[in-house]
Design a protein around this ligand. Structure first.
Ligand code: 3PG
Length: 307
């Protein structure tokens, strides 16, 4: 009997686990559940007998992949797969997949939620600002960026986007004005919302040079990955631009320095919370389980991300 391990340090909502279990058991497989594990060794032990594994931001590095002696497929229930060592997966004959789009609305809602929270001075009792009429730059117009555009339209924001992989026509359909470069986007927009993946190219790519182009009362919203930020540049921006605020779904490495020096100008979720809704858990978790069954039963590799 095939064994499907759900290894989630940050557990799915119980309703999602129940439904994943049903899909797995209906296919005649066994579900193994490892949640909130304290040590990497717990994951190494759990993956030992698994034929398939569903993860979230859990790290599937070479050691984990090699520990999975029977492992054939890893599905990242979510969008970003920077937590999977793709080369190690390929070298060990393991298919790696993601579930694109399934948790995007949840992430987009958090991006706008953090913007409202900051515009209202973190509800500290003073008069804040509104989002209506303000400029929003969407940096990368993928699944999350599109939901951000739809929601921001409801707020009456002026919306711009930069994404070299998406046509201007596609952006226009969402009521978004296409920008020709990152520099143009940052120069134009008071709010910039990041939706770029963490790749060798994008890591540390958002620094002082781009941020300093932003207009007065600049707000950077990061629901992507902390690794895309050049934190030295971020600290310089905080120091040189008293009007700048940073809102991030996950604490930056330089959190202590920001807290000590720039009070009232930041908000960080303690854990990555963008996709942490039961709807997103159900959407991404069920998609992952279905993809595993389709892979074993029909050889379906539609969402494969490794070579
Ligand atoms: C993603 O890449 O899908 C998001 O960052 C969500 O990550 P999570 O599943 O760890 O919440």
């Amino acid at each position: 009997m095939k064994k499907v391990l759900v290894a989630t340090d940050k557990p799915f909502a119980p309703v999602a686990v129940q439904q994943i279990r049903k899909i797995v058991e209906d296919a005649g497989y066994e579900l193994l559940l490892l949640e909130k594990y304290a040590e990497k060794s717990d994951l190494l032990n759990a993956v030992e007998n698994a034929d398939a594994m569903i993860i979230r931001s859990d790290v599937a590095d070479k050691e984990v992949i090699e520990a999975g002696k029977n492992l054939k497929i890893i599905v990242r229930a979510g969008a970003g797969y920077d937590n999977i060592d793709l080369e190690a997966a390929t070298a060990n004959g393991v298919v790696a997949m993601n579930t694109p789009g399934q948790n995007s609305n949840a992430v987009a809602e958090l991006a706008l939620g953090m913007m409202v929270y900051s515009a209202r001075n973190f509800f500290n009792g003073t008069s804040g600002k509104e989002l209506r009429g303000k400029s929003l730059g969407i940096h990368a117009f993928g699944n999350v960026g599109k939901y951000v555009a739809e929601i921001a339209k409801g707020f009456g924001m002026k919306i711009f986007a930069f994404d070299p992989f998406v046509s201007e026509g596609e952006m226009v359909k969402f009521g978004v004005t296409a920008m020709a470069s990152e520099a143009e986007l940052y120069s134009k927009c008071q709010y910039v919302s990041l939706h770029i993946p963490a790749t060798e190219k994008t890591k540390k790519s958002i620094g002082f040079e781009l941020l300093s182009k932003m207009p007065k009362n600049a707000v950077l919203v990061n629901t992507a990955r902390k690794e895309v930020i050049d934190e030295q540049g971020l600290l310089k921006m905080f120091a040189e631009r008293e009007d700048f605020k940073y809102l991030s779904d996950i604490e930056p490495a330089c959190k202590a320095e920001i807290e000590a020096n720039f009070p009232g100008r930041y908000f960080f979720t303690p854990k990555k919370m963008g996709a942490q809704t039961s709807e997103a858990n159900v959407n991404a978790g069920l998609a992952a389980a279905k993809q595993i069954v389709a892979f074993f039963e029909k050889g379906d590799i539609t969402f494969k991300v490794n070579k």
